[in-house]
Design a protein around this ligand. Structure first.
Ligand code: CA
Length: 244
């Protein structure tokens, strides 16, 4: 299904393999995108500093000066939440997990079908458009969450625990939001992977566990005796805003 962008969306493609980079640029331009190429992480960061107006990044993992995971993680740390589709050379689950933990929104394993990449780019842009649309007039229920000692503002990404400002990655926020929209319900790892990570992979259940540990470290008074992010043996997890 062809879905031409209404106004020209700006993409930054970070890829050091010349032929692939040129091919991506050409094809993305044919789809109606405005494409900037960077062949190193340094160039990419420069482009991002000079223009904050990119709608999405296509980011290769293997770059000559810095790997894509690190570049992505640094962007997120700096508060830049531009959608990122990572290009990984290996299909190792570990790479996918690393990419998602670094704050990437999606990933493609090389070699990939161009159609699939275009679909993923469209998909992250749609999610972005959705986020932007909900930002100016946020649903009060979805925009803020208070539980335990925490206050979370999903529209500004501001998180306070016991009066102290903490930083969450985009995925940690997305996971928390999903829990907040489904309080007290037992949610399977598979459901979380599909709705938060947007992947279908039984092998990445441990990723979910790692992220739950991170949420517990952030929010639980005693992470080993959680009151809000509860394990349900053999079933998944349950979020209890008022504490158990
Ligand atoms: Ca490369």
């Amino acid at each position: 299904m062809s879905e031409p962008p209404t106004s020209k969306r700006r993409l930054l493609v970070v890829e050091d393999e010349e032929h692939l980079a040129a091919g991506l640029k050409l094809n993305l331009e044919l789809e109606g995108y405005d494409v900037t190429l960077a062949i190193t992480a340094k160039e990419a960061r420069q482009a991002l500093v000079e223009s904050e107006a990119f709608d999405a990044l296509v980011l290769d993992v293997m770059l000559p000066d810095m790997d894509g995971f690190e570049l992505c993680a640094r962007l997120r740390e700096a508060g830049n939440f531009v959608p990122v589709v990572m290009l990984t050379a290996r299909s190792a689950a570990e790479d996918r997990v690393r990419g998602l933990e670094a704050g990437a929104d999606d990933y493609m394993v090389k070699p990939f079908a161009l159609d699939e990449l275009l679909a993923r780019v469209r998909s992250v842009l749609r999610r972005r458009a959705w986020d932007n649309r909900t930002t100016p007039e946020p649903e009060p229920k979805a925009a803020a969450l208070e539980f335990g000692r925490a206050i979370v503002d999903f529209s500004t990404h501001e998180v306070n625990v016991h009066g102290e400002r903490i930083k969450l990655t985009q995925l940690e926020l997305d996971l928390l939001r999903y829990f907040s929209e489904n309080p007290r319900r037992v949610i399977s790892r598979q459901e979380l992977l599909e709705n938060v990570w947007k992947v279908r992979s039984a092998g990445s259940a441990r990723t979910v566990d790692n992220f739950i540990s991170r949420l517990r470290r952030h929010f639980e008074l005693r992470p080993t005796q959680p009151k809000h992010f509860l394990s349900v043996r053999g079933a998944g997890y349950r979020f209890v805003p008022n504490g158990e």
